[in-house]
Design a protein around this ligand. Structure first.
Ligand code: PMP
Length: 285
């Protein structure tokens, strides 16, 4: 695979950064993950907008204009072979003698790589996945797409250790999001997801699902969701750029709905796949 590092394209295995990089020492940086279908970026402008917001929130100057990001990322995709790709990019505060305070006049480290984007397994689409609930032990700025993901890593691993695929996080008995996904529930035909704010990442997929729901007359609400509503839900979905919409059919060992992916999931998945087809054809972003 070909990667991009500080102005150069090079084989991923040859891309090296200093051990003094603040991304390595402090997790001092932000990132994005963007899917690419048939060479076309999915919601690129929104991903770059969220990147700009993350950079601003951590007081890093955006190293590129929107146009420069587009050109660099397009070239990265062209230099990699797969039809469908996942582009990962990150910006850190650069390499400097270790000191918590910001360094003076240090160039940020800008890195991007691409990997093949595999379609979701048929099994997952037929059976759904299991999730566990956990206390949301993360910091209070979850709207920032920070590379410091230790809590998310520990929580995801707890889910795996429990034989599940995702940890669904609760803050004071209210749903926030998954360890690496946003969460929707369906109750009595209404699609519900928690409102945006500092307790969760404003998912690009989340927003698209709300858009598709509105366009197609599916009732939806952005409101607080109580822990107890999870087990009472007819459906639970996880959403993210690379894993699209995944139905959760068990939570903490309790069956959701009839234990199979729900009808509204099937409908939304069709709308989502149709949207992806349009992106692939270059008809929308
Ligand atoms: N929340 C968290 C904590 C995540 O890591 C992700 C995926 N990166 C999401 C939500 C989903 O965001 P998106 O739909 O933009 O991929």
């Amino acid at each position: 695979a070909t990667a991009y590092l500080n102005g150069e394209f090079l084989p991923l295995g040859q891309a090296k950064v200093s051990v003094l990089d603040r991304g390595f020492l402090f997790g001092d940086g932000v990132y994005e993950v963007i899917p690419v279908y048939g060479g076309h970026f999915f919601r690129l402008a929104l991903h770059l907008q969220r990147l700009a917001q993350s950079l601003e929130a951590v007081r890093l100057e955006n190293p590129f204009s929107e146009n420069q990001w587009q050109n660099m990322l397009q070239e990265l995709v062209e230099r990699n072979e797969s039809v469908d790709q996942t582009v990962y990019l990150q910006v850190t505060r650069g390499a400097a003698i270790r000191n918590h305070a910001f360094p003076d006049r240090v160039e940020p480290t800008v890195f991007a790589m691409s990997s093949p984007l595999e379609p979701l397994s048929a099994e997952l689409r037929i059976k759904g996945v299991s999730a566990v609930t956990r206390e949301d032990i993360r910091w209070k700025c979850c709207h920032i797409k920070s590379i410091a993901l230790l809590a998310n890593v520990l929580l995801r691993q707890e889910a795996i250790d429990a034989g599940a695929q995702e940890a669904i996080l609760l803050h004071e008995e209210q749903l926030t999001e998954g360890a690496a996904s946003n969460v929707f529930i369906v109750r009595e035909g209404v699609l519900v997801t928690p409102p945006k704010g500092s307790f969760l990442l404003s998912g690009i997929t989340r927003d698209l699902i709300l858009e598709l729901a509105k366009e197609n007359g599916i009732p939806c609400q952005e409101r607080a969701i109580l822990a107890q509503e999870l087990t009472q839900a007819d459906e639970i979905w996880l959403t993210s750029s690379t894993r699209e919409i995944i139905p959760v059919t068990r939570i903490d060992g309790i069956r959701i709905g009839n234990g199979a992916p729900g009808l509204l999931w099937q409908r939304m998945d069709k709308l989502y796949q149709a949207y992806k087809m349009k992106v692939r054809a270059g008809l929308c972003e």
